[in-house]
Design a protein around this ligand. Structure first.
Ligand code: NAD
Length: 517
């Protein structure tokens, strides 16, 4: 049970998470190695300073790596179900702190309190998933071509896993990675986004408490702070066999090359440009709910946010009018107030990108049907609140091909069969999430077929945003090809080994080769 009731304020949440007094930049969570420049975290909700953390220097980083490498030697020998027990306890701690952490996520990132709670729930869900998985890390056995031989494959932990995460899911993405990596026997070093460092410290505190309670070394769970330069410590470090990086495609292209140059593995979760296809057989009411939530939820700052609505010309006006009407009901304001639908963007740079996108779509010939704009005055002092906007556009506009991380929705028209809509959908460089709204079985199956959506996620009669942890999550093309979370995503956190055992007194060679001595 939570120590305090759910209607407590942000200050109480900071106290409960032990991040209230980060005003000297002195703390980076329990294993406090950082001594670099100070990062100040300001809330996009009200522009107030939340706290300060120190950046991790190269010397600090070396200490973290020493601690992690030492801890790995202990952690990897613990039976996987026992590691699962630790992850179970971590999930329990998250249940206790759910309201407080959900509130901090909302306050530091700007998403609604409900979405902040949802993010923590995802952390809890992946812990539950990982606990079960800790008893199922299975390999295969296969028949040997040599008599009296047994052959099988097994999975071993990799070592230190480096996690680089984006601002928009400041806690869940870390948990998706760590919960699986931990049960696999890996230890983790996490660099959260420099835009949400306090969430990082809060998570580190929660996890560190569990390891301490179990007399386990601190180095199983490590936090480093800073911008891309601190991320580069990890991407260039051959001691880290796997880098899991979530963020923009621009970042992913750099990280992929750095890690590949040392023949490391990378798991990339990058930008999306997600579309919903609306066919003549769509349920319009469901379409409007899915499209509006997908486009304006988290102020358009989800990797799975709906950016493009590809609507059949026969119902184009009807769908457009219904979506435009729904936008009139949106309430924009403090995301901790549950009456509001849309909170702020992360910072004023993001506001500039939003404004540029609206200028660009008009320059390219687009037609604004719901005006955007930056809000000012009481309640909007942070300068990060914008109005969700809608523009009619053409699929080939440069701006439509691009992911703008803000609530801008493009309406695109298609004619003829669903294959034409699928072509438009697949014409972008990104391949994360996609959806079709239709009650027509043929259209739905076509969309899911080999000639259908080229995305990692393809939904029928559900929008593009949001995913359950049970399925593998990720996307193709410029989204990076990584898969995290459910299904068999755990395999990337382990190394595969093929074993052959000879239980005879002969030594036959494979492929019938003779080597007589
Ligand atoms: P970003 O690329 O600016 O930063 C992401 C992280 O990468 C940060 O921690 C940053 O410090 C680090 N980083 C940046 N350059 C680096 C480098 N050269 N070396 C090492 N680390 C580096 O992204 P953002 O603005 O924080 O997040 C928004 C983006 O993330 C959007 O494009 C969104 O679609 C994407 N995203 C994708 C997923 C997914 O699962 N596919 C999930 C969340 C966010």
């Amino acid at each position: 049970m939570s120590a305090i009731s759910a209607d407590f304020g942000i200050n109480d949440a900071l106290i409960q998470l032990d991040v209230k007094d980060l005003n000297e930049g002195s703390s980076t969570g329990s294993n406090n190695f950082s001594h670099g420049d100070i990062i100040e975290s300001y809330s996009p909700v009200d522009g107030q300073l939340i706290g300060k953390v120190k950046m991790t220097t190269k010397e600090d980083y070396e200490k973290v790596m020493e601690s992690a490498t030492r801890a790995f030697k202990i952690w990897r020998t613990m039976p996987a179900p026992q590691r699962g027990e630790i992850v179970r306890q971590f999930g329990e701690k998250l249940r206790e702190k759910k309201e407080a952490l959900g509130k901090l996520v909302s306050y530091e990132m700007g998403k609604s309190y409900q979405e902040g709670l949802g993010e923590v729930q995802e952390m809890i869900d992946i812990c539950d998933f990982a606990v079960g998985l800790s008893r199922q890390l299975h390999g295969l056995t296969m028949h040997s071509e040599r008599p009296g031989h047994r052959m099988y494959e097994q999975y071993h932990p990799l070592g230190v896993v480096g996690i680089i995460s984006a601002f928009n899911f400041p806690v869940a993405v870390w948990a998706w990675n760590t919960a699986l990596a931990w049960i696999c026997g890996d230890v983790c070093v996490w660099k959260p986004s420099e835009k949400t460092p306090i969430c990082g410290v809060a998570c580190q505190n929660i996890a560190a408490e569990v390891f301490k309670d179990n007399n386990l070394p601190e180095g199983i769970c490590n936090l480093i702070n800073g911008d891309y330069k601190v991320g580069e410590f990890m991407t260039k470090d051959a001691r880290i066999p796997l880098i899991s990086a979530t963020g923009s495609t621009r970042m992913g292209k750099i990280v992929a090359q750095e890690v590949a140059a040392r023949l490391g593995k990378s798991l990339l979760e990058l930008g999306g440009n997600n579309a919903i296809i609306v066919t003549p057989d769509a349920d319009i009411k469901m379409t409007v709910i899915g499209a509006v939530f997908g486009a304006v939820g988290t102020a358009g700052q989800r990797c799975t946010s709906t950016r493009r609505l590809i609507i059949h010309d026969s119902i184009y006006d009807q769908v457009k009018n219904a979506v435009v009407d729904a936008y009139k009901q949106l309430r924009i304001g403090n995301p901790l107030d549950e009456n509001n639908h849309v909170g702020p963007l992360i910072d004023t740079d993001a506001v500039k990108m939003y404004e540029n996108a609206l200028t660009k779509v008009v320059d390219e010939g687009g037609n604004i049907v719901v005006e955007g704009g930056v809000l000012s005055g009481e309640g909007y002092e942070s300068g990060c609140y914008v109005k969700p906007a809608i523009a009619e556009a053409k699929p080939n506009y440069e701006i439509v091909q691009h992911e703008t991380f803000a609530p801008v929705l493009y309406l695109l028209k298609y004619s003829g069969g669903v294959e034409n809509a699928i072509d438009i959908q697949n014409e972008v460089a990104q391949g994360l999430s996609s959806a079709i709204m239709t009650n027509n079985l043929r259209e739905a199956e076509r969309f899911l077929s080999v000639a259908g959506s080229d995305c990692g996620i393809a939904n029928v009669n559900i929008g593009t945003s949001g995913a359950e942890i049970g399925g593998a999550f990720g996307g193709e093309k410029e989204t990076g090809g990584g898969r995290e979370s459910g299904s068999d995503a755990w395999k990337i956190y382990m190394r595969r080994q093929t074993n052959t055992i000879n239980y005879t007194t002969e030594l036959p060679l494979a492929q019938g080769i003779k080597f007589d001595l």
